[in-house]
Design a protein around this ligand. Structure first.
Ligand code: MEZ
Length: 552
């Protein structure tokens, strides 16, 4: 490299340039080590534990409080989540709460109601419709607007000769610190190859070699290369093909801009429909259904601990709020995933994702002196703790002009390891996006800091998506147990399809063996409101929130 030529640095503010020069000076040495097959040493088990304990945001006691009402009363959850779980219903429901005739008043009647139109909801709709029932999908924004389309790096499936579902199973359990529900992990890994096949048949364009063989990469905390990707837009490409399939099925109706805001239950305690709010105006809609599936995704837009997020604008925990009010147990809500690499600079992009696939292809983490400080493919929670430690305790982070901090991800090393053109080819989305902002990823490292990415906990489900409430099913990020206290990269895209398809099929079978209820209502909500009154809970907080607080 010509160290006197600084023309590529002109797009960066002065404050960052000297540090980038140090990264460039250490690059040649790091390249030589990488080409010799040497990696930065992994942490010892005791260091991992200590760093997680001291630096992972989940460990901050000041960010949590105990719930005072509902099935999880007494459990400590993030304050932002506790506030919403103990919130009051939306004003639009005031009239309905007084109305005792909800049984006669259906705007929509269906066999299976699916709440949420992202990846899990769409997969569930396909499976239910293919089983022969009538499906209604109520979605908050447009069909597909969800964390699924934000997913970049890939989907784990153990389909290679040197791999097996058993190996995948062990990685998932280890990554989750053995806090996962083993039955759910078994379902996840054993359905993997079928799901991959299904996506190929639907026309999903996976990365392949000219021979037609799938390209697979390493993800953090995995013992085998099993990450299947479509460039760095894997979720978007997945959504393309499953949405097309759903649109081709005549027994699926999708209703956009109509989020569910309350479940309907009946005198037998069964889930029998929902109330939908119309974001474009009009009275709430009442849906009567024989079974209901919740697939509303996560809660990143609650910005726990004031973290930025990689999540879609719709990620406001709506499904958890509705389920909790209806008495459905939730698990592990104290556990969230902070993805190690959210964008820390440029400032207007803060929190957006820089996929782990960059690390899978060899980009290391470097501090402000250009020194490596952690093996980049440690499990995610460990890597996140290591970055926070490096910035806060060691004071080795890079300061941004607006007072933020981050560490470098040395992306240009990828082209030096794998050959020119790799970055453009493997990361077409981020490459073009940054080039448009004057940052050429072939030449410049990116500044990263952890960003709130995923909700590890959620509704308690069985391996076919069933919950404790008859007629109620759930799939995807709204559920807990699959990943335990730490999800490994690429297992979310697999989870939404495995459990979406399973829940869709089982909810259809349930609908085929039952009739519509003749007592749908909101009595669970009245009981919950009484509890809120008794505990004197804040009357000002309204849920489900539907959109981030900073939306007008
Ligand atoms: O599973 C994920 O969260 C994922 C694939 C993220 C990424 O880094 O691309």
């Amino acid at each position: 490299m010509n160290f006197t030529d600084t023309s590529h640095l002109t797009s960066l503010p002065e404050a960052l340039r000297e540090s980038v020069r140090m990264v460039e000076r250490s690059r040649e040495d790091r390249l030589a080590r990488t080409l010799r097959g040497e990696t930065f040493p992994a942490l010892s088990i005791s260091d991992r534990k200590a760093w997680l304990n001291d630096f992972h945001p989940d460990q901050r006691e000041d960010g949590k409080r105990p719930l005072v009402v509902g099935p999880g009363k007494g459990s400590h959850v993030p304050c932002e989540m506790a506030d919403l779980l103990e919130s009051r219903p939306r004003v639009s429901l005031n009239n309905l709460l007084k109305d005792t005739s909800l049984s006669k008043k259906a705007d929509i009647v269906t066999d299976v109601l699916i709440i949420g139109g992202g990846g899990a909801g769409t997969a569930a709709a396909i499976a239910a419709a293919e089983a022969g029932v009538k499906v209604f999908v109520a979605t908050k924004l447009r069909h597909g607007d969800s964390n699924t389309i934000m997913a970049e790096g890939g989907m784990q499936v153990a389909d290679q000769e040197c791999d097996s579902p058993v190996q995948h199973y062990l990685d998932v359990l280890g990554g989750g610190h053995f806090t996962n529900n083993p039955e759910l992990v078994q379902a996840l890994v054993t359905d993997g190859a079928d799901v991959l096949h299904w996506l190929e048949e639907l026309g999903m364009l996976f990365d392949k070699y000219p021979t037609g063989r799938m390209k697979v990469r390493h993800g953090g905390g995995t013992s085998r290369k099993r990450l299947h990707a479509a460039g760095d837009v894997t979720g978007l490409e997945m959504m393309r093909v499953i949405r097309d399939r759903a649109e081709a099925l005549e027994n699926i109706t999708v209703s956009a801009f109509t989020p569910a805001v309350e479940l309907l239950t009946d005198d037998d305690g069964r889930a029998v429909g929902a109330v939908l709010e119309q974001l474009t105006g009009g009275e709430p809609l009442i849906v009567h259904a024989k079974s209901v599936i919740i697939t509303t995704g996560g809660m990143g837009r609650l910005h726990l601990n004031k973290f930025p997020t990689s999540n879609h604008f719709g990620a406001t925990a709506d499904g958890l709020v509705m389920a909790y009010r209806a008495g459905v147990p939730l698990q592990d809500l104290h556990s969230c995933q902070y993805h190690p690499t959210g964008i820390a600079y440029p400032e207007r992009k803060i929190g957006l994702l820089i996929t782990e696939k960059f690390r899978g292809l060899g980009a290391p983490f470097l501090n402000r002196f250009g020194d490596e400080f952690v093996f980049g493919l440690e499990p995610r929670d460990v890597t996140t703790a290591a970055i926070i430690r490096e910035c806060q305790m060691m004071n080795n982070g890079v300061r941004t002009p607006s007072g933020g901090v981050g560490v470098w991800l040395d992306i240009p090393l990828i082209d030096l390891i794998h050959g020119r053109g790799t970055i453009e080819k493997e990361f077409p989305g981020r490459f073009k996006e940054f080039l448009g902002k004057g940052i050429d990823l072939r030449q410049l490292p990116l500044l990263a800091y952890p960003t709130l990415h995923y909700q590890n906990g959620g509704m308690v489900i069985g391996s076919n998506g069933g919950t404790d409430m008859p007629g109620l099913f759930a799939a995807g990020e709204v559920t807990g147990g699959v990943h335990g206290h730490n999800r490994l990269m690429g297992n979310a895209l697999l989870e939404i399809l495995v459990f979406g398809l399973r829940a869709g099929k089982t909810a259809a079978q349930f609908a085929q063996t039952t009739t519509l209820s003749n007592s749908p209502g909101l009595s669970h909500l009245s009981a919950f409101l009484e509890e809120l009154e008794q505990e004197n809970c804040n009357k000002e907080i309204i849920g489900p929130q539907l959109l981030p607080k900073y939306f007008p």
